[in-house]
Design a protein around this ligand. Sequence first.
Ligand SMILES: C[S@@+](CC[C@H](N)C(=O)[O-])C[C@H]1O[C@@H](n2cnc3c(N)ncnc32)[C@H](O)[C@@H]1O
Length: 247
Amino acid sequence: MADRSFSDMSLATLYDTLNPWGPGDDFYLDLVLSARSVLDVGCGTGRLLGRAREAGHEGRLCGLDPAAAMLVQARGRTSAEWVLGDLSATHWEREFDLVVMTGHAFQVLLGDEQVRDSLAAIRRALTDDGRFVFETRNPAARAWEHWTPGHVREVTDAQGAAVRVWHEVETPVAPERVTFTETFDHPGWEQHRVSRSTLRFLDRAALDGFLTEAGFIVTERFGDWGRGPLTPTAPEIITIARPDGRF
Ligand SMILES: C[S@@+](CC[C@H](N)C(=O)[O-])C[C@H]1O[C@@H](n2cnc3c(N)ncnc32)[C@H](O)[C@@H]1O
């Protein structure tokens, strides 16, 4: 099941509060600022492209996301192209010199065919010398073991209300996929809101298999946002890939 939380308007307005700007965003912002035309797949509330525009990016900035509530946030933020949908409905050809998937958006691609079709669409959308940059959580680091009701986060929303959020892994971990709930407790709501999601955790070898099949070469690989190496227990698998020239 895809992530549903972002189709709920009140949860979409909380997204940036719950996910404050961090080192990963700085990593991507540098790349965006040095590219002429950028496609952000799963752009969410649009804050990466918004920051790039504020920082003076004058080229093409395009955000794609299937969650209308997230794009409402993005459209209120800055001037860029905001496209509702996913890669299956797009027909860009050699239009972007950078495609990014940030905030672990790649992990919402659950089936092999969805991964293959998405990578093929990204390959088509890229110029021949373009780059595709994305990150996934390293399955060996087993991040989901910390997604327990005991780890409650409390944040203050834009109106000053204290919102409590916790996760719970719902099923035993199936091969590569983790299903979990995220529960939101807001003093202004009569009931908790619960969103249920599944994320796929592909390891390095599986990722490389899909990328090679789709016509990409991995040119750089990091295990954290400080550009450290991908060690067995590094938290992230951060990938910079280029078209291999076959297509
Ligand atoms: C965790 S959020 C990341 C948002 C943003 N990239 C960020 O870093 O803040 C994942 C985003 O992926 C979007 N999404 C879900 N399914 C998708 C799909 N099939 N293709 C592209 N984006 C998708 C969700 O709507 C959501 O906005």
